[in-house]
Design a protein around this ligand. Structure first.
Ligand SMILES: Cc1cc2nc3c(=O)[nH]c(=O)nc-3n(C[C@H](O)[C@H](O)[C@H](O)COP(=O)(O)OP(=O)(O)OC[C@H]3O[C@@H](n4cnc5c(N)ncnc54)[C@H](O)[C@@H]3O)c2cc1C
Length: 402
């Protein structure tokens, strides 16, 4: 049997890959199997004075609140360290039916973003999405948990894995990985009924970059000594009655040298833009950067300083966003920013540092299959790359265990 810690992006993919090959799997998940439309209730902000880090504790992990952006990344970076994920990326793009949405789902605000960026000579494209137009009612609530189940989430893979025989324990927190003579022996878990131990000799840790690092640190491994988060701000201002707050979120993309931009609504902009401003009056742009991996996990807490380079990249992106907004007709006197936030933690158990190219730690039978293993900040949506790495790990385990 294989025990998988965490049912998010990485964990769900490994579980499905193993279940498809009839390998017995138990997924242990700290959060509940709640409905995607209720997932905003399961945010657990890891906030400190430098950063506001968003993630959720629920079956499906942070995928349940994802904006549905499916960008193919990290192929070249992985190839340089001897990992070919091209085939897996192809498979994921097909599995999630990733595509640019029809014009029926490109709203007025998104169109203004695209046209204004083009008028300034900037490259711009429609965002590749894992959203189904036929189910999407364009409500703008992607990051609150889609009310219409119109996008892929890791819950889809978990449901498929269960149909194929996998076992899911939700509301069950892994509190310790048990080892003996440098081999994994099982997991100590905490449920509402108390603590129990589950024995097994193959464990895939996929609790997300923060929680996986905390569990690895308890074993004395050098995890959590690096951390990236892909920080972002949203810059926005007032165009009366644009109605962007109820468009598909982040439905276009500009890839800059040191940042990416995508149209994005944030309630913080409405609050900061002045008096008598309604959510429907705001056009915003998210500025996201690849940050230096200088974060750390210390005593279970995230320590994240922003380097001068990080701040420079954010400032460059914010300046470009301001130019696009002004060209789009936003009143320049209303342009404001959110505080710094982040939603892509990774790099805490990087390939080459904590795991090898098969994503195995130095402890026999212990693998890591989530964003922890990505060595450098992508500064772009990581779900597709995490799924590809996890699928590759699943295939490796099928070979090892069959
Ligand atoms: C608001 C928001 C929007 C986003 N939008 C996009 C997007 O559009 N495209 C994109 O590519 N990326 C997006 N991301 C980022 C993406 O969701 C994450 O990068 C991805 O989910 C990370 O995958 P993971 O497997 O590392 O962790 P997760 O998917 O977070 O899964 C970790 C799982 O482990 C569970 N867990 C934690 N600790 C324990 C424990 N001790 N025992 C048992 N279970 C545990 C958690 O509850 C969770 O279910 C978004 C993130 C957020 C927050």
């Amino acid at each position: 049997m294989v025990l998988i810690v965490g049912s998010g992006v990485g964990g769900s993919m490994v579980a499905l890959e193993l279940a498809k090959s009839n390998i017995p799997v138990t997924i242990i998940e700290k959060g509940p199997f709640a409905k995607v439309k209720d997932s905003a209730n399961y945010y657990n902000d890891e906030t400190n004075e430098n950063i506001d880090l968003l993630k959720t504790t629920i079956v499906g992990g942070s995928s349940v609140v994802a904006a549905g952006n499916g960008v193919r990344i990290l192929e070249d970076e992985m190839a340089k360290i001897g990992i070919d994920i091209s085939k897996e990326l192809d498979e994921i793009e097909e599995l999630l039916a990733i595509h640019q949405l029809n014009d029926s789902h490109i709203g007025n605000g998104t169109r203004k973003f695209i046209e204004s960026a083009k008028s300034l000579g900037l490259n711009v494209m429609k965002m590749p999405k894992f959203i189904r137009e036929e189910d999407c009612l364009k409500c703008g609530k992607c990051a609150w948990g889609c009310p219409y189940d119109a996008k892929w989430s890791a819950q889809d893979f978990i449901k498929q894995a269960i149909e194929l025989g996998a076992n899911l324990m939700d509301n069950a927190e892994v509190i310790e990985i048990i080892t003996q003579d440098n081999k994994v022996k099982g997991l100590k878990i905490k449920t509402k009924n108390g603590e129990e131990i589950i024995d097994d000799e193959t464990i895939v840790l996929a609790a997300g970059a923060i929680d996986s690092a905390i569990l690895l640190q308890k074993l004395g491994l050098k995890a959590g000594e690096k951390l990236f988060v892909d920080p972002f701000v949203t810059i926005g201002g007032v165009i009366r009655d644009i109605g962007y707050n109820s468009e598909v979120s982040m439905n276009a993309l500009h890839i800059g040298r040191n940042f990416v931009l995508a149209p994005h609504y944030s309630m913080f902009i409405t609050q900061n833009a002045g008096e008598n401003v309604n959510p429907g009056d705001i056009l915003g742009i998210m500025v996201k950067i690849p940050d230096d991996t200088l974060g750390r996990i210390v005593n279970g807490k995230v320590i994240k300083k922003n380097t001068t380079k990080d701040i420079r990249f954010i400032a460059e992106g914010a300046a470009t966003a301001g130019a696009i907004l002004t060209a789009a007709g936003v009143d320049p006197t209303t342009i404001t920013s959110t505080h710094l936030r982040a939603a892509h933690p990774g790099g805490t158990a990087a390939i080459g540092d904590v795991v090898d190219t098969n994503l195995k730690t130095e402890i026999d039978g212990l693998y890591v299959g989530d964003a922890s293993v990505i060595p450098k900040a992508p500064g772009a949506p990581p779900i597709i790359a995490i799924l590809a790495l996890a699928k590759r790990l699943g295939k490796h385990l099928v070979k090892e265990l069959s």
